[in-house]
Design a protein around this ligand. Structure first.
Ligand code: ZN
Length: 422
């Protein structure tokens, strides 16, 4: 089968015919050149108005790059008509295989754009012996086509996040659709209010009103714009960022307490204990687990904060105690490493009102809510209540009440910290 026959099968244009096919020496590699001529009695189409117009004159032959064959470059060679249009004046004709001044055929641009989804743009350019710029323009063309033809109706849930690019603090703002269909909806430079507001202003009022859920991190600029643009939507805070803030708060409490213990002359039990407290219990090594249990037996602010975070971590989605969307979750205020199952003979007093403040949960798009959530740990750490809680003892002492100070073992001197209910 001749190349001309293949082209007539895969890239046939009604008003044009493929003429001679030449195998020529290019600047670097050999190339195919396929000569194209307009079909007899056909008239050129005006680039401006799209109407058939009489020819004015013909330009010198121009080359359009087509999809390579056996990695040999293929070029269409065509001398374009200038048409005499009563509406647009004398202008160049429109050809079906290319657009404007673009020297790549539309088929080749789609070919490169499809490969650019699987390979990097540089790899795509190397694989098909073309330039990075050609790949870039092909992707740009595909994106422009996609934006012009996309359907935004029916969007119910979106996710907002930033991504770092280049070096330093250079970010892009990304908005995704996350209900059923998962697709990227918006990319903007920086992570300012203006970056995100541009997304909402690009939507019609109908689409904007249809958004019922939005998920984001706790970046202040995003929170402001979301509260301003879609106040009725349910705002879901990203669990990763909530836990990160809680872990930062825990470490802050720990460092302050390390300094306090040092000033008061106690053994520095919390020194170098950062990762024992921040890791999930299932990820602790044996040594870290023993160390954590040891720490948690003291009535320290750090112990209480660690218990709160552990219960928040459990209630926010890992494990079987996931709470239904938008509901308050009951909280165990004792670290799971120490807590025993509930005993009916134990006093079961009411929880303090502030205890629900640090649970991560679905909240409405109000920034006041959000601030309250991330400050819960500090408020909790100020609450002291006397209570005797039974412990699982790793060192062989059974059910020792927290209100008793642990006796010193060996030559080490334990801090004599009064243990209280937490
Ligand atoms: Zn015209």
């Amino acid at each position: 089968m001749h190349l001309k026959s293949i082209l007539n099968r895969v890239e046939r244009h009604k008003c044009f015919v493929y003429k001679q096919v030449r195998f020529v020496d290019g600047l670097v590699e050999p190339e195919f050149e396929v000569e194209i001529e307009p079909r007899a009695n056909s008239r050129a189409i005006c680039l401006g108005c799209g109407e058939k117009r009489p020819g004015y004159d013909r330009l010198s032959p121009r080359r359009f790059q087509f999809v390579p064959l056996w990695n040999i470059a293929v070029f269409f060679v065509y001398a374009m008509w200038r048409v005499d249009c009563p509406t647009c004046g004398v202008t160049v004709e429109r050809v079906p295989w290319g657009e404007g001044k673009e020297h790549l055929t539309t088929s080749y641009r789609w070919f490169l754009a499809r490969w650019a989804k699987r390979l990097s743009w540089k790899e795509t350019a190397d694989a098909f012996s073309t330039t990075w710029d050609n790949v870039f323009r092909s992707v740009k063309h595909a994106v422009a086509w996609g934006l012009a033809h996309r359907d935004l109706s029916g969007i119910e849930a979106i996710g907002v996040d930033e991504i770092q690019w280049r070096s330093g603090h250079t970010y892009l703002t990304l908005v995704y659709q996350i209900d059923g269909a998962k697709r990227l909806l918006w990319v903007a430079q920086d992570r300012t209010e203006q970056s995100l507001r541009g997304f909402f202003t690009s939507l019609t009022a109908e689409v904007r009103a249809g958004i019922r859920f939005v998920c984001s991190d706790m970046w202040r600029q995003y929170l402001n714009v979301i509260a301003e643009q879609i106040p009725a939507a349910l705002h879901v805070l990203d669990r990763f960022h909530i836990m990160r803030n809680m872990n930062m708060a825990l470490d802050e409490v720990r460092r302050a307490e390390v300094a306090q213990l040092r000033r008061d002359g106690y053994e520095p039990i919390l020194t170098k204990a950062r990762w024992c407290l921040l890791k999930r219990p299932e990820n602790l090594t044996e040594h870290e687990g023993v160390r954590l249990k040891e720490i948690l037996q003291y009535n320290l602010k750090t112990s209480r904060a660690s218990g709160l975070i552990c219960s928040a971590r459990t209630s926010s989605g890992s494990g079987s105690t996931r709470a239904p969307m938008g509901q308050e979750v009951p909280r165990c205020r004792v670290h799971p490493l120490l807590a025993q199952p509930h005993r009916p003979d134990e006093e079961d007093g009411p929880e303090p009102a502030a205890s629900s403040a640090s649970d991560p949960q679905l909240v409405a798009g109000s920034r006041h809510h959000l601030v309250g959530r991330c400050r819960g740990i500090q408020r909790q750490s100020k609450t002291d209540h006397q209570k005797s809680v039974r412990l699982q003892d790793a060192a062989g002492h059974r059910n020792r009440p927290l209100s008793c100070a642990r006796p010193p073992t060996g030559a080490r001197v334990r801090p004599q910290i009064p243990l209280r209910r937490f």
